[in-house]
Design a protein around this ligand. Structure first.
Ligand SMILES: N[C@@H](CCC[C@H](N)C(=O)O)C(=O)O
Length: 279
């Protein structure tokens, strides 16, 4: 069968987007593993299905490189909005997208007829450990000392619809993420595995981030991870609520704002190429 796809990226976090208003995908898990392969497939951090929804303008489902399904993806949802607008499926500058972690509202910034930037209402950050989930007790896990592998860390845990563990560290460029990332991802502390952000505080309200994503490994950026890190930075006293927080990732910059009601994320999105593949 021939499958049409569009490769898109948000800050270098690249996924293969499939229009399921037209195509039907029966085994997205297996397809994600096959298409994400950078040598034998199209290459990407996973796949994203764009589907009709009964409760929003569209629905998205995202699958990591290992075929596991993520409940939310901050970089992908901006690309989904661009896809819907640029391919004329939803001709609205404010639209809604259903995800496994609820309906998100997105506002588009359009230049020369195409979407360049998108602001997303990411919803409330969840701090209760049983809801993240993390097997530690308390009202929230903030700068909690733990041992992962043989090293001691202070972790702050946040769910943005998917689970995140944030570690503040100096000199994050020097970290061996392929070694450290899997130790966090598979630690018994995290029954659903975890996305881990290593954050260097550059100055007040400015963060630098590297991420190890559950199911995909080190990526150039993670939107939900940037939101979780900004929230964690506020909780640890490095950033403030109700102001723009700059999060600098390997693939570019996201602007995050943490308020009492929600977390706002603004950033770019781009089409890389489109094509067809035999599956
Ligand atoms: N890259 C993403 C998050 C993708 C899902 C994640 N790996 C998970 O399994 O929770 C983002 O931009 O948020």
């Amino acid at each position: 069968m021939e499958l049409k796809f569009t490769k898109m990226q948000g800050l270098g976090n690249d996924y293969i987007y499939i229009n399921c208003f037209e195509a039907e995908i029966n085994s997205p898990e297996a397809l994600a593993i096959k298409l994400s392969d950078r040598h034998f497939g199209i290459g990407g951090d996973g796949i994203v299905l764009i589907l009709p929804s009964n409760v929003a303008d569209a629905k998205m489902r995202m699958f990591n490189i290992d075929g596991s399904e993520g409940k939310m993806c901050g970089n992908a949802i901006r690309c989904v909005a661009k896809y819907l607008y640029d391919y004329n499926i939803v001709a609205k500058e404010e639209l809604t997208v259903e995800t496994l972690s609820g309906i998100k509202t997105l506002s588009l910034y359009i230049e020369n007829g195409a979407v360049e930037n998108v602001m997303v209402d990411m919803g409330k950050a969840e701090l209760l450990p049983e809801k993240i989930p993390v097997l530690l007790s308390g009202e929230g896990i903030i700068a909690e000392p733990v041992t992962i592998g043989t090293e001691n860390y202070e972790i702050t845990c946040v769910s943005m619809g998917n689970p995140h563990c944030v570690v503040f560290k100096d000199h994050i460029d020097d970290l061996d993420l392929p070694k450290l990332g899997p130790l966090f991802e598979n630690s018994p502390l995290f029954p659903d595995r975890i996305n881990t952000e290593f954050i260097e505080v550059v100055e007040r309200n400015v963060l630098k981030m590297r991420v190890w994503e559950r199911g995909s490994g080190e990526t150039l950026a993670c939107g939900t991870g940037a939101c979780a890190s900004a929230v964690a930075a506020v909780l640890n006293g490095y950033c403030e609520k109700n102001v723009d927080i700059q999060v600098h990732l390997l693939g570019g910059m996201l602007t995050i704002r943490y308020t009492d009601d929600t977390v706002w994320m603004t950033g770019g999105c781009a089409k890389v190429f489109e094509g067809t593949i035999n599956i």
